[in-house]
Design a protein around this ligand. Structure first.
Ligand code: SF4
Length: 658
């Protein structure tokens, strides 16, 4: 991409030279675990995933962490670069990515005490500067012996040499997020009395030696960068002034060619929430810290922190706060974002909504990452390109929720003639409800983005059009995609008297409908609905109790999203009763049952209850069409109620097979 040609974002699309490598633009994909790794090695899936980002115009791709030593295997699926068997995989990545003009760097990693898991479910030996436990993973490490520290320095260097031999432009030392180098820098986790501890100089020694050794091993032309959390946002974390001083010293000594600034730490729940910030965090919130560092060093500064739109990145760059911007999730959601931004096609960009569900959420669950808005991500080899339809057909799509919109746009892109009909007056389905919950307004972007794809692909759309079998017969399409969604599910309750009971959808639409007094939200799914409704009611001045079926509230949400919800609930004074199912209700008491013991659990003095008990499929039309022999496929909640992610994926799959 000829970055200079654009006038849309002059700073974002100006080149940046880091040592010998020149980025065509200032858009960076930072190192992020993908779970597209097998036996510690690069897979074809990972190559295809990263190549799609390079083809879309990313200026620089920093590959995910690679363990530099056998003791650096911190999950069951992180890359390893501790011996030469990593070379073919890195060679394949370089061969796929370099032709696109993207600068390619690989991360060098050791977690220290921040060990999540092993291949076989046992806990591996954890090593760290000192015996200080990780609060988040509840790991107590064994202090490294001095000879082991020296061995690790050599391991970093050897891994750096391998990555550069494989064709990468350079390496990045991961000294961020409380991992091993940060553990050496932090006086709270480095209590050593040998040459690698003691005072500030001693604590800096490990990082200094690692970078110097990497420079020698990588050669004079290779880029050597470092990622650092300038503020770990945790009282026990690396002090911000110590991180800043270390970064300045290493830059002044010529040991780093760039600094990649982030925030947070893996070591605690609150600190880790900044590793992949959810939608409640402000766009570009790390930029002020990066600006301070940029003013103090002579090397380029890259900054992360929920920069999900080119407009945000341009503002940060134009303000002189950084030299390049990490836009990792923006590229997960839309690998074509750089090209679209350069061409001024801003309406076509599928902006990341920071839901964390299919990217970091999949990683934490041990599955390949994807995007709820773009299921093609992570599935590039199967769905990376639209195969033109062998024979264009007329396709009727019923329902303009996420499944229907995705099915309609993909079918049209493949050359089919598509009519999308929707019973209501707006596209979006349940997304329109989700965006009304506290802290979830950005979620509405999923509906906006999908509908823009519908419009762009020139699908015919009819609103206020309820499709039944007679309507379908009148349209006589070649095939119907049924995406009729779901309705709230009401579990059987013993009801005595005339208690007030509503379902979650009613309260999302009108929280003021709830009576004054204590309202109990009965939360079965443990997702955003129960906690969202509870917060909505609390904001409307009600006393709220959340009766959770799970071990705790929101237990099905990705950790960083859940933590934000739990924080807000704590501050709103919402009471949580875990491990219960509903049994009955009368005019002032809700009768629950403990799910483990069956013992009764009573909540007395209640003014009413809200059921956040999931949904039941709206599948009548699908059955009717099949009964009369009309070719029809289902997608999304009408097959079985789940989430937006499955709906969009099934829309893609259904339309890809027409
Ligand atoms: S899953 Fe959500 S947070 Fe992740 S890239 Fe997609 S929109 Fe962004």
């Amino acid at each position: 991409m000829a970055a200079e040609d654009t006038t849309w974002f002059p700073h974002l699309f100006s080149p940046l030279t880091i040592r010998t490598a020149t980025l065509a633009n200032r858009i960076v994909s930072s190192g992020h675990d993908t779970v597209m790794v097998h036996d510690g090695k690069v897979t074809d899936q990972l190559v295809a995933y990263q190549e799609a980002r390079a083809a879309g115009g990313a200026g620089m791709i920093i590959l995910q962490v690679a363990g530099v030593h056998p003791t650096a295997h911190y999950t069951a699926h992180n890359l390893m670069a501790h011996d030469d068997t990593c070379l073919p995989g890195y060679l394949a990545l370089a061969e796929a990515i370099k032709p696109h003009g993207t600068v390619l760097v690989g991360q060098l990693f050791h977690p220290g005490r921040e060990i999540m898991e092993s291949d076989d479910g046992t806990m591996p030996v954890a090593l760290a500067p000192s015996a200080v436990p990780s609060e988040r993973f509840r790991v107590m490490p064994r202090p490294l012996r001095t000879a082991e520290v020296e061995e690790l320095v050599d391991s970093y260097a050897a891994a750096a040499g391998r990555l550069v031999r494989a064709g990468l432009d350079g390496v990045e030392l991961v000294a961020s997020h409380g991992y091993l180098p940060a553990q050496f820098l932090n006086p709270g986790t480095n209590r050593r009395d040998d040459a690698y501890g003691g005072d500030g100089e001693g604590r800096l020694r490990f990082v200094r030696e690692v970078l110097a050794a990497c420079r020698v091993a990588a050669g004079p032309d290779a880029v050597v960068g470092m990622r650092i959390s300038l503020d770990e946002r945790e009282p026990s974390g690396l002090p911000a002034e110590a991180a800043f001083a270390a970064a300045v010293a290493l830059a002044d000594e010529g040991l780093v060619d760039y600094l990649n600034v982030t925030t947070g730490t893996s070591a605690t729940l609150g600190g880790s929430d900044h590793i992949v910030p959810e939608m409640g965090m402000a766009n570009g919130y790390v930029a002020p810290a990066a600006a301070g560092l940029k003013a103090a060093v002579g090397v380029p500064v890259i900054v992360a922190g929920r920069i999900n739109q080119p407009q945000d990145a341009e503002r940060i760059l134009a303000g002189g706060q950084a030299d390049a911007c990490v836009m990792t999730r923006a590229l997960i959601a839309d690998p074509e974002m750089p090209r679209r931004a350069a061409e001024g096609r801003l309406e076509d960009i599928r902006a990341c909504i920071a839901c964390n569900q299919a990217c970091i959420g999949h990683f934490h669950a041990g599955y390949p990452i994807s995007c709820i808005q773009r299921p093609e991500t992570g599935r590039e080899r199967r769905y990376g390109h639209r195969a033109p339809a062998a024979k264009p057909r007329s396709v009727l799509v019923v329902g303009a929720g996420p499944a229907g919109m995705k099915a309609a746009s993909v079918a049209a892109e493949r050359g089919h003639h598509v009519h999308l009909v929707e019973a209501s007056g707006r596209p979006g389905g349940q997304v329109l409800l989700a965006q009304r919950l506290p802290g979830r307004d950005e979620f509405g972007g999923a509906a906006d983005n999908l509908y823009r794809e519908v419009v762009r692909s020139e699908v015919k759309v009819s609103f206020h059009c309820r499709a039944d079998a007679a309507f379908v017969a009148g349209e006589s399409p070649d095939v119907v995609v049924v995406a009729t969604g779901a309705q709230p599910y009401r579990p059987a309750l013993e009801v005595m008297g005339e208690p007030w009971v509503a379902d979650a959808w009613e309260i999302i639409r009108s929280p003021e409908a709830a009576p004054r007094g204590r309202i109990v939200v009965i939360d079965w799914r443990g997702d955003w609905v129960g906690v969202g409704v509870a917060r909505l009611l609390a904001a409307a001045g009600r006393s709220v109790t959340l009766a959770a079926r799970g071990y705790h509230a929101a237990d099905r949400l990705q950790q960083y999203v859940r933590d934000a919800q739990l924080t807000a609930m704590h501050r709103a004074g919402i009471e949580v009763v875990p491990l219960v199912r509903p049994y009955g209700i009368d005019d002032d008491t809700l009768y629950l049952q403990h799910v483990l013991t069956g013992d009764p659990v009573l909540v007395e003095g209640v003014a009413g209850a809200v059921l956040a008990c999931g949904h039941s499929a709206e599948d009548a039309l699908l059955d009717e069409l099949r009964a009369v022999g009309t070719p029809a496929v289902g997608a999304g909640d009408c097959l079985s109620p789940r989430s937006v992610e499955e709906a969009v994926l099934e829309g893609l799959v259904a339309a890809s097979e027409l």
